[in-house]
Design a protein around this ligand. Structure first.
Ligand SMILES: Cc1cc2nc3c(=O)[nH]c(=O)nc-3n(C[C@H](O)[C@H](O)[C@H](O)COP(=O)(O)OP(=O)(O)OC[C@H]3O[C@@H](n4cnc5c(N)ncnc54)[C@H](O)[C@@H]3O)c2cc1C
Length: 723
């Protein structure tokens, strides 16, 4: 048969070709892009009182029907970390797609951006929601693995009226009438392809017998039983959508894909999108231990000298942790080296501290898929269009959201504008181009942020700027944290996020709150002989909006009202510690001991004069022999496992307090708050000069620097103690 390269239906020039009544629309690929397209098209068609037949061809083989679960499953994996961005959450809500709780693996409460100096913790802003899901039925050891995002969406599409055929498409061409002819091959009898080349035994849910009848199709009406298959064959479509993504085989060479070759014959100007290799791996741990990192979403933009990582994410799920890596080391590695790369990544000091120690890397769930990092050129032709990853994806971030955006725009165009090349170019093309154009800004953002976060000096300056702003500026007026949040969560288009990053006000904050204060910190650390070697660094600053609340909490523990005004010198610090209260109290009990491993500033002698660790009556003396200055703090009250209140009993700041407050955030995770507050005595004569000097010698920031260092040490010691 002669294959026309492009075939056009004759119609008056300039007249769009509309989707006919009862048209057959074939969707190749039942991933998110394919399902989103089908759901929107079917819903809108129904609303318009029209009829359309949507057939989804999805190659993943098992269609497991069982009750009482409202799901069936497409066996296999879609090689994705499953982060659902806030914008996608909004989009799903708008589209009235409500993810069932069983599909949601976690809800993030904070995003952690790792820098070489310290990590920046960003709370998920109020009103924003960030989720994680599993995309497919892998890892195989996962309980309830058939409940997943892709299966849910595909079922929703089926409930809306789509017919789903378990089949793989290798060829497509135009019929003599100019309609797409899609050749499919049923895959029910095939062995499912696992990322690692492992064949899968099939729908192996315990106690459930999979329906393995060859060529099962899911009937169009909700709740009806699967009907007999159409078998291998060809479908003539009025319109065909290609939503097969870029991983028909994980990490496939796009130039060798027969389907893309066939598509290029139909759309000669089509150029597939650029892809980049990624590594994805799953780690298993007990739910209790994964809970230690519950609610956290980690982004890492650096590796080491030997492990060149530009972008990595660590995403805790119920009792799994998904790790994704991208970077030069991944680009250069053979697929067989993927596991080794993940193991080396997990050995990086900050990652070792992050991932629960007993989490086990599941070797069979590690693979080397493609990630779309560019846009296809001309992803549409007469009666055909590409969507999702095959058209474009947001750079390194919410590809699921771009699949949603492109597929929704395509469905609208097909129904409202036309299915001819000109209509698609006019109404669908701009959506793809906009995402592509925005990715250019994304590229600058990721280059900049990788550069800043990968270097200790620049990442320290950035960290300092963010923490200074957090400690001094009310939340609604901050600039830096929102920009970082937008980049990390994908909650803003890259163009606006970059504009926010490079805004003169942001640069000013980085200069004044970041660079200058970092220099001051370094001088102070040098003066007090504080060495960071071997000390893991953690954020300890309390946001300005929490200062009063924290102060009130401290006084509430004592059952007294807080003073009407803040003392002249007030500092508070918090650190989250992955240890129980006992291990932390043991460290606090070492306060004043000669062999303590924290709070040892040069020139200052701190020792217990009397009493027992953590016991009321203990007195600890601070002295600076060189200046003949001293003061003592006495442990005045203790609330067991919660609170230690030291009062300055003599010397500078007499009457002031030093308090330690412990809260359990969740089992195994505690929050330690340290509060220092006192007024400087006025003194008389020479005394007055002495106190004025003391005030200058130990300004607030000196306390901050010393306590910040000590808190990081306390956290480390407590965590090591807990194992
Ligand atoms: C390592 C990695 C991590 C990622 N993490 C995230 C993340 O956390 N959050 C996020 O938003 N995005 C993430 N992405 C991007 C996201 O996975 C994609 O953007 C998204 O899956 C695109 O959806 P899609 O439907 O276009 O393609 P896919 O998800 O690839 O779905 C394509 C479907 O088509 C089927 N198919 C393919 N070819 C054929 C054929 N010839 N015949 C029949 N069926 C076929 C496949 O079986 C599959 O079900 C990640 C990507 C990678 C590589």
């Amino acid at each position: 048969m002669i294959r026309p390269r492009t075939a056009r239906v004759r119609r008056p020039p300039g007249t769009p070709l509309s989707l006919p009544e009862n048209a057959t629309v074939v969707v190749v690929g039942g991933g998110p892009a394919g399902s989103f397209f089908a759901i929107r098209l079917l819903r809108k068609t129904r609303q318009a009182g029209r009829a359309v037949k949507v057939i989804i061809l999805e190659k993943k083989r098992e269609v497991c029907f069982y009750t009482p679960l409202p799901f069936s499953s497409w066996e296999g994996c879609n090689y994705c970390a499953g982060g659902v961005s806030p914008r996608l959450v909004d989009g799903l809500r708008r589209e009235k797609i409500f993810l069932p709780e069983e599909v949601i693996e976690s809800r993030s409460t904070e995003v952690v951006i790792h820098g070489d100096w310290k990590s920046i913790l960003l709370a998920v802003p109020e009103g924003r929601e960030m989720l994680s899901v599993f995309r497919g039925s892998r890892p195989r050891q996962r309980a309830g693995r058939y409940v997943n995002f892709d299966t849910f969406l595909l079922h929703l599409a089926a409930d809306e009226g789509a017919q789903v055929i378990t089949a793989e498409v290798d060829d497509v061409r135009y019929s003599p009438e100019g309609k797409p002819l899609i050749d499919y091959r049923e895959t029910m009898g095939d062995v499912a392809y696992c990322g690692n080349g492992e064949p899968d035994s099939g729908c192996a849910k315990p106690g459930v017998t999979p329906d393995t009848t060859p060529g099962i199709t899911l009937d169009t009406a909700p709740g009806t039983a699967p009907s007999a298959s159409q078998g291998n064959g060809t479908i003539e479509a009025d319109f065909a959508v290609f939503a097969g993504g870029v991983n028909r085989r994980p990490g496939m060479d796009m130039r060798d894909d027969p389907l893309l070759t066939a598509l290029q014959k139909m759309i000669p100007r089509l150029r597939p999108p650029k892809v980049r290799k990624a590594v994805i791996a799953e780690m298993r741990d007990s739910q209790a231990r994964v809970r230690l990192v519950e609610g956290e979403m980690h982004f890492v933009q650096y590796g080491s000298r030997d492990l060149r990582i530009e972008m990595a994410s660590v995403m805790p799920k119920k009792d799994w942790i998904t790790v994704v890596l991208l970077g030069k080391s991944v680009d250069r590695a053979q697929p067989t080296a993927s596991l080794d790369l993940v193991e080396r990544f997990l050995e990086l000091p900050n990652i070792r501290r992050l991932v629960p120690r007993k989490a086990e890397l599941v070797a069979r769930c590690c693979c080397n898929p493609n990630m779309t990092v560019g846009a296809a050129r001309n992803p549409f032709g007469e009666r055909v269009a590409l969507t999702g990853d095959l058209a474009v994806a947001r750079l390194y971030k919410d590809g699921l959201y771009s699949a949603f955006t492109t597929s929704s725009a395509l469905a609208d165009c097909v129904l409202d504008e036309g299915i001819d090349e000109t209509s698609l170019a006019k109404h669908y093309g701009p959506v793809v181009r906009r995402l592509h154009a925005d990715n250019r800004y994304g590229r600058i953002i990721f280059w900049l942020s990788h550069w800043v976060l990968a270097h200790p000096a620049s990442s320290r300056v950035l960290y300092r700027a963010v923490i200074t702003e957090r400690m001094t500026t009310p939340q609604h007026r901050r600039r830096l944290a929102p920009v970082l949040w937008q980049v990390a969560s994908g909650d803003e288009v890259y163009r606006r996020a970059l504009a926010g990053m490079l805004h003169p006000a942001s640069l000013w904050l980085i200069l004044t709150g970041g660079l200058l204060l970092t220099l001051r910190d370094i001088v102070t650390e040098t003066l007090f002989g504080l060495d960071w070697t071997g000390v893991p660094r953690y954020g300890t600053g309390v946001p300005v909006e929490q200062v009063e609340e924290t102060r009130n909490a401290l006084f509430a523990v004592q059952g007294v009202e807080p003073p009407p005004r803040a003392p002249q010198m007030e500092s508070m610090f918090t650190v989250r510690i992955r240890a129980g209260k006992k291990a932390i109290l043991k460290q606090l009990g070492a306060f004043g001991d000669p062999d303590r491993e924290y709070l040892k500033p040069r020139f200052v002698r701190i020792h217990r004069v009397t009493g027992e660790p953590n016991q009321v009556g203990t007195v600890i003396r601070y002295s600076i022999p060189m200046l003949r200055l001293s003061f003592s703090v006495g442990l005045e009250s203790v609330v067991p496992d919660r609170y230690l209140l030291y009062r300055i009993v003599e010397g500078m700041g007499e009457g002031g307090i030093l308090a330690f407050l412990l809260d359990e955030l969740r089992p195994g995770v505690s929050l330690l708050t340290i509060y220092v507050g006192f007024d400087f005595p006025r003194g008389r004569g020479l005394g007055r000069i002495g106190w004025a000097m003391g005030r200058r010698l130990f300004p607030e920031f000196a306390h901050d620097v010393v306590w910040n260092h000590s808190l990081c040490q306390i956290r480390h010691l407590a965590e090591v103690e807990e194992g």
